[in-house]
Design a protein around this ligand. Structure first.
Ligand code: ADP
Ligand code: MG
Length: 321
């Protein structure tokens, strides 16, 4: 394509809410064979909401609903993760609601809001901290396993039930025992399924990559018609997975041949993969690091922008020559 065609392409992109950082990326986009989508905040809306919780073990005689939720909220207080926000909002609403004066137990008997010390974020897993002298973990099964917390059969059952409904499950462990679970829903974006279907028609494979658990990831992929899932991927692991796909390992079409791979993502976790991809596509609402690492920015946060980008580069580099 001539420099003029590239300029026109970039301009057309801009009017359609797609920022293109240079002609090279525009050119590579015409040959994309695989699109890797991050789950949270990319395929899903990224505004998780707690839909319910279950307490498995009473911690003490006054271990009520209140103290379970206040422990969870305290642990998440220092975390910036979207899931942390969901837990805090839910706990605040529930604790507030339960404070309305009832017959027997006055507000005075309600447990105080807990507060956490030594809070540490463990990326891709959750948080750990101390609450009232007890070690507390809030996060996924991996965090429980690595933190040496026992997961009872009842807890296992809860986990399986929650993930079969395409929800994310958070477990709360106190003193090495999983005492309860929290279910979080993050609905898929309305356009996501249509974009996957269209890519499929174009013989472009869609792949879902996430740090979330296999069950939830599979359920979301099933909802969207995505066949290939890479779940429980550590933050550092996304870029490595991407490089394998570029070598044609595990792809559906043209296996073991050099494959042009696009990555669509929004998070800090996605930035190494966005940089490693042949075409990195960040959502405009994504974190600054993701936007920095990407070749394309979907200013309107609409996944249809992925299709627009592909069509645009195909037009510039195949038809106008
Ligand atoms: P994704 O790759 O889907 O964007 P992340 O890598 O950010 O997800 O997180 C992966 C998983 O780690 C989450 O699904 C959750 O189970 C757990 N996790 C991460 N941060 C937290 C937190 N602050 N509280 C609870 N769980 C967390
Ligand atoms: Mg994300």
């Amino acid at each position: 394509a001539t420099p003029t065609a590239v300029m026109v392409g970039t301009g057309v992109g801009a009017t359609n809410g797609i920022l293109i950082k240079g002609g090279d990326a525009l050119e590579r986009c015409a040959n994309v064979g695989v699109v890797v989508f991050d789950k949270t905040g990319t395929l899903t809306r990224g505004k998780p909401m707690v839909t319910g919780h279950q307490v498995f073990t009473d911690l003490s005689q006054d271990h009520s609903l209140h103290s379970f939720l206040s422990i969870a909220a305290a642990a998440e207080a220092g975390s910036q993760h979207p899931l942390a926000g969901a837990v805090k909002d839910y706990a605040a609403a529930m604790l507030q609601g339960s404070k309305s004066p009832s017959k027997e137990d006055g507000a005075a008997q309600m447990p105080e809001l807990a507060s956490a010390t030594q809070q540490t974020d463990i990326p891709g897993q959750g948080v750990k901290c101390m609450v009232a002298g007890a070690a507390v973990l809030v996060g996924n099964k991996k965090l429980m396993e690595e933190g040496g917390a026992t997961i009872s059969p009842q807890a296992e059952e809860y986990v399986n039930d929650v993930i079969s409904r395409a929800r994310t499950v958070l477990l709360v462990a106190v003193r090495g025992e999983v005492v309860g679970g929290i279910a979080v829903s993050d609905p898929v974006k309305p356009e996501a399924g249509g974009v996957v279907a269209r890519l499929n028609q174009m013989k472009i494979e869609s792949i879902l990559v996430t740090g979330d658990n296999w069950g939830t990831a599979n359920a979301i992929a099933g909802e969207l018609g995505i066949d290939k899932v890479m779940a429980e991927v550590s933050p550092g692991g996304k870029a490595a997975k991407l490089r394998e796909l570029q070598d044609g390992k595990g792809v559906r079409f043209n296996q073991n041949r050099k494959t042009t791979v696009a990555m669509v993502g929004d998070g800090v976790n996605d930035s190494p993969a966005l940089a490693a991809a042949d075409v990195g596509i960040a959502l405009g609402a994504g974190t600054d690091v993701a936007i920095e690492a990407a070749d394309y920015v979907l200013v309107r946060n609409d996944l249809e922008g992925v299709l627009t980008a592909l069509h645009l580069s195909r037009t510039v580099f195949r038809r106008i020559r």
